[in-house]
Design a binder for this molecule. Structure first.
Ligand code: WT7
Length: 655
């Protein structure tokens, strides 16, 4: 292409506000009939049987939806099924034993392929091993593993025997692991010796051991030898070698346990406004059918595809769209342990080319990095295998959307900008790629059968273009059922704001701001609670603040999210020191280390700002919004209602 042409194309792309899905895509799409929206509406809630029918049941459901104990909804009542059977065994039985299920790519370029047959053997052996250690139905097993094949294998092994797993992101600290194990009452842990980061071997078992030591009960621990002796470790009491267990249990039969539709499949901890992390409970039937349905309808996954979601399985995206959704549909799912820039910045495109990836599902933070690195990296590779692109985790701005569309999708792939949350289990607001016009920057309309709207404080729908809050007026199969061991908080966090319990009207509040346009397309504006979204990962301000206050010499702290070019948001920590302590580089360092120790490097403050005071309302509440505006160097408006308006100048001068 001539330089002039490329400039013209750029300008044309920039001016465009909407894009139609390519004809070639529509022709082959799993869902291409626009009538589906109306069909789902008319047939609600029975429309969701379509999702349930993607699974194999030991006993069919009797009722689709039970609202009698709302908002504790029950889906597919009376049905029984096993999630691991649905993700593995049934594909083997269908003659696809030798079909690749999992293609793993390690940090050092190692690769492994597990066929459905392999996956069945491994999960069955590990399921037998877990049973041998005493794991029974409904016992929570904590999985603290990096992106290695043993993680999905352990998840499926748990599912096979009806033991809910609770995966804790490997980048979390010992103390974050401890809290999550304590809150889940977990007595079993699967972890590993270590893993590589930028060429260095990290001691992961050390973190796991520290957490276990602080827990006042016996924890049976399984240790995967990831480094093959690269980091010598020894096994203590109640600690078992993964490979040894597998060898001893190979060939044992473990029948998949037929679980009740509503039985817990897993727990996933996430952050909220206040207090401790929340244990989001997902169920066997509702969650799995929803993950499978959205993988089918939105990601257009077909059994013969090679599908790649670049998230970490330590978060919900990896649960739903690396493991459960794709495997339920019998496809080949790619699992990549490494980072996008190692050994070079074309690593992702090399993988797409080598594996002939059909769908790529990634995050805006990654797309912003690709943009910054430049289009020469994708241009070095043949990306023509790609059929669909997706994004998740935070708003994507139109510029990044268009870059992705042009340089990765070659203007031939629809993009799905999927809004959802840990709590929703799967996608809620996004275009159907084979049906709808795409508008860069807007996630799209709610999916068929999903009743989401944008409302004002009073719950009235806002006019097009005005800012409001997302609410969901009808239940959906993938929804969380409660917060583990904290049903009260489940009610107060998600249902109190907009429901009318007297009228038995239940409205789910996801705590996101949004606006809607004339065509019903929703643009997500971001969290309205005190949650910071760093590179698409949700961090609670309270947790960060208590970590900072835990550092010797710190009297008070406020953590807020400031805009960040790459991460979307970054942590800004405003800190008041105790008398007798001076602000210094060392103090800053110990605050940063304190946060890393308490939560993990992901929560590391980008800036530590020492201040003699924090801006407070007359009633003494810290004005977080104001601190955010200060971090973002925005116009602060009227600050005279503060109890201490003079502090604003002081802080601004520090930045
Ligand atoms: C929060 C949920 C869903 C898996 C990843 C994060 C934000 C998510 C989008 C999107 C704008 C988005 C929301 C949401 N978010 N997807 N497509 N556009 N914002 O899961 O940790 O539970 O975080 O991520 O603010 O509430 P999570």
């Amino acid at each position: 292409m001539e330089a002039g042409e490329s400039v013209e194309l750029e300008a044309w792309l920039e001016a465009r506000e909407s894009f139609e899905p390519p004809e070639s895509f529509v022709e082959q799409a799993n869902v291409s009939d626009p009538g589906i929206y109306e069909e789902f509406e008319e047939d609600w809630p029975d429309c969701w049987e379509r999702a349930a029918e993607l699974l194999e049941w030991d006993r069919p459901w009797e009722g689709v939806l039970d609202t009698s104990t709302a908002p504790r909804y029950k889906w597919f009542t009376g049905g029984r099924l096993n999630a691991a059977y649905n993700c593995v065994d049934r594909h083997v039985e269908a003659g696809r034993k030798n079909h690749a299920a999992l293609r793993w790519i390690g940090k050092r370029g190692e690769t492994e392929t597990y066929t459905y047959g392999d996956l069945e053997r491994e999960t069955e052996a590990f399921a037998a091993a877990l049973r041998g250690l005493g794991v029974g139905e409904d016992d929570v097993v904590t999985l603290y593993l990096p992106m290695i094949p043993e993680l999905p294998i352990a998840m499926l092994a748990c599912a096979r025997i009806g033991a809910p797993h609770s995966v804790v992101f490997a980048g979390f600290s010992a103390s974050a692991l401890e809290t999550r194990m304590e809150r889940a009452g977990a007595e079993y842990l699967v972890t590993c010796d270590g893993y590589y980061r930028r060429g260095d071997a990290l001691n992961h078992k050390g973190k796991a051991d520290r957490a276990v030591r602080r827990i006042d009960r016996d924890i049976e621990t399984v240790v995967v030898d990831r480094l093959g002796g690269g980091l010598p470790h020894s096994l203590g009491e109640n600690q078992h070698d993964y490979d040894g267990l597998i060898e001893r249990n190979r060939g044992r039969t473990v029948e998949p346990v037929a679980r009740d539709a509503e039985d817990m499949l897993f727990l996933m901890y996430t952050s909220g406004t206040t207090g401790q992390p929340k244990g989001v409970k997902h169920t066997t039937a509702g969650y799995l059918s929803y993950a499978a349905w959205t993988s089918h309808a939105v990601l257009d996954v077909k059994p013969d595809d090679t599908y790649w979601c670049s998230a970490d399985i330590g978060w919900i995206t990896g649960h739903s769209y690396i493991v459960y959704g794709p495997l339920a549909l019998g496809t080949t799912t790619v699992m990549y342990e490494g980072t996008p820039d190692y050994p070079d910045k074309d690593r992702m495109w090399e993988i797409v080319e080598n594996y002939e990836v059909d769908q790529l599902y990634t995050a805006p933070t990654a797309i912003r990095a690709f943009m910054k690195w430049g289009s020469q990296y994708p241009e070095e590779h043949d990306l023509s295998s790609l059929r669909l692109l997706g994004t998740v985790g935070e708003p994507i701005n139109p510029k990044a959307w268009k870059w992705y569309y042009k340089h990765i999708g070659g203007e031939e792939c629809p993009i799905v900008d999927t809004w959802w949350q840990t709590e929703t289990g799967g996608m809620m607001i996004t275009t159907l790629p084979g049906v709808a016009t795409m508008k860069p920057g807007a996630a799209g309309p709610p999916l068929p059968g999903v009743d989401a709207q944008v409302v004002d404080e009073a719950g009235e729908e806002v006019a097009p273009g005005e800012a409001g809050y997302v609410t969901v007026n009808k239940p959906w199969p993938g929804m969380l059922r409660t917060l583990y061991n904290n049903d009260e908080r489940f009610l107060s966090e998600y249902w109190e704001a907009y429901s009318d319990p007297d009228a038995d009207e239940w409205v789910y509040f996801p705590e996101d701001g949004a606006k809607i346009d004339e065509d019903g397309y929703i643009t997500i504006l971001g969290r309205v609670d005190d949650v910071i979204n760093v590179s698409g990962h949700r961090l609670g301000t309270m947790e960060i603040e208590s970590a900072v206050v835990g550092v010797e010499g710190v009297a008070e702290a406020a953590a807020v999210g400031g805009d960040h070019e790459m991460k979307g948001e970054a942590v800004y920590a405003y800190v008041i020191l105790e008398d007798g302590y001076e602000e210094s580089g060392e103090m800053e360092q110990s605050i940063i280390e304190g946060v890393e120790e308490a939560i993990g490097p992901i929560a590391r403050p980008e800036e530590v700002i020492f201040t003699p005071e924090l801006p407070k309302t007359r009633s003494g509440k810290i004005m977080r919004r104001l601190l955010e505006d200060i971090a973002n160097e925005e116009d602060l408006g009227n600050t005279s209602t503060l109890r201490n308006p003079e502090v604003v100048d002081d802080i601004q001068n520090k930045l």
